[in-house]
Write a protein that binds this ligand. Sequence first.
Ligand code: NAP
Length: 317
Amino acid sequence: MSDPLFKKVALIGIGLIGSSIAINLRDRKLADHVAIATRSLATLARAEALGLGDSFHADAAEAVRDADLVILSVPVGACGEIAKAIAPALKAGAIVSDVGSVKASVVEAMRPHLPSSVHFVPAHPIAGTEQSGPDAGFLELFENRWTILTPIEGTDPEATARLGRLWEATGARVETMTAEHHDLVLAIVSHVPHLIAYNIVGTAADLETVTRSEVIKFSASGFRDFTRIAASDPTMWRDIFLNNREAVLEMLARFSEDLASLQRAIRWGDGDALFDLFTRTRAIRRSIVEAGQDTEEANFGRQKVRKDPWNETHPEG
Ligand code: NAP
């Protein structure tokens, strides 16, 4: 049997993403020892009961001692503080990474605290569900999904490649880009769509002319798919919008302009403009299916992980 990729991996944060990484490390035998740390004792006890690691720590600094890979899987707003707390305990030569949905602000928050003796390779697996916590993780979460690495200038390419091999071992495909470019791309493919979903579900909830029971009863006509996205974790998404402000505002400005032109087309009865756009957007959907990022099946082909039909896996931001 081949050697594991890492001797000791420390996972700080053990929610949906942390526990999915832990299950991959365990089931695919990618590390000799997995140390887990999280903020609350209740989550830590649950992670232990689920057998997600080999050692369990209330103190993140204790968990990272001697680790050759450390991965933070916490809300992006918490990354800076954790980097500060673990910095003195990091082993020279260790790789430090995260899974945050925003990259430039995480780099800004973590980098000043990290010693120059470690390799900092931020990452973002574009895979998720609306579920949170250590019970939500599963082995296949990253399979055939992209993980983006955003190494900073001057990072040892071997450290980036080694982290890439770990992500590939989970079934993910790996791409490298700058943190700034990542944030722009994710603003349009993930952050703005989530904001639109939060907004439309909020608008429906506040309507006075249509009752809430009507909204729920007739939701299969389109609204339901927005509610799935709008059920995503409030803390995580608050942090994403606060930390990717510029890129989201830039994409929202473009979106608003395009929405205004659709409004005008409807007002002026310009059916050709509507038809042209809807034809172009259909082609994008086809390209996503062809790229293996979704299927033609009903309900967008999302794999069901819970009995509740609204809780289905979906690529996340
Ligand atoms: P989660 O299931 O809610 O788990 C969050 C973990 O972070 C828990 O262990 C929690 O600890 C800990 N935590 C929460 N707030 C903290 C704080 N202020 N300080 C220290 N620890 C804190 O979250 P997740 O979905 O795994 O998301 C984690 C990260 O992955 C986020 O940065 C998110 O942007 C990114 N991400 C998420 C998805 C997705 O779809 N969910 C996809 C890709 C990337 P306790 O339970 O002990 O309090």
